[in-house]
Design a protein around this ligand. Structure first.
Ligand code: XMP
Ligand code: MG
Length: 190
């Protein structure tokens, strides 16, 4: 981890390094480009805010290999405990444009229970997308249980709370170039 940064002292362990993220993003972009070689274009739908870094990097990598991309963003929030189990999601920011007939790729930071994602995929299909696939940088073990079809996955990580590369704790740590686990005292401080 980078010494001399304000956050270095808060990080317990790095889970996925900057180099690993760079190499994996390149690999995923090549796969997507090969699978969509016949498509005129791809519509990347980033899920705010966590996907911000991954969205930028995967879009740049697709620029080297893939069909032209367009980018859209959505913001969603899961309802509290009781309702989350039914996968009900509130849209905070909807798509700005019609997606009828488009090849959509949802760009996600992390898939945990998978409920947000399965709701989102249903929603995008109901908006008449030609296809809906998902690329997620990270996946936690619980995601396997709910059988969300995440076609492109960067890294399977343990069920621990992680920050960095778009992921936050209390809106902080999104700017970290890697994914890591915070020291216990950071939580005690807040
Ligand atoms: P699901 O519906 O798959 O929700 O349970 C995935 C969303 O939960 C958040 N999430 C995390 N955020 N560190 C974070 O900063 C984590 O370790 C983490 N695990 C899940 C995230 O918003 C993701 O989109
Ligand atoms: Mg968060």
């Amino acid at each position: 981890m980078a010494e001399g940064t304000w956050y270095a002292g808060d990080i317990d362990r790095v889970i996925v390094t900057e180099d690993q993220i760079r190499a994996k993003t390149e690999e995923l972009a090549k796969q997507i480009a090969a699978d969509y070689a016949d498509a005129d274009s791809l519509l990347l739908v980033g899920v705010l805010k966590g996907a911000l870094m991954f969205m930028a990097d995967i879009a740049r990598a697709l620029g080297r290999y893939g069909p032209p991309v367009e980018v859209e963003f959505m913001a969603v929030s899961s309802y509290g405990q009781g309702t989350t189990s039914s996968g009900v999601v509130r849209i905070l920011k909807d798509l700005d444009r019609d997606i009828t007939g488009r090849h959509v790729i949802v760009v996600e930071d992390i898939v945990d229970s998978g409920l947000t994602l399965s709701w989102l995929m249903k929603y995008l299909r109901s908006r008449s997308a030609a296809s809906v696939d998902v690329v997620a940088l990270l996946r936690k073990p619980d995601a396997v249980k709910v059988q969300v079809p995440v076609r492109y996955v960067g890294f399977d990580i343990p069920s621990e709370f992680v920050v960095g590369y778009g992921l936050d704790f209390d809106e902080r740590y999104r700017e970290l170039p890697y994914v890591g686990v915070l020291k216990p005292e950071v939580y005690a401080r807040s």
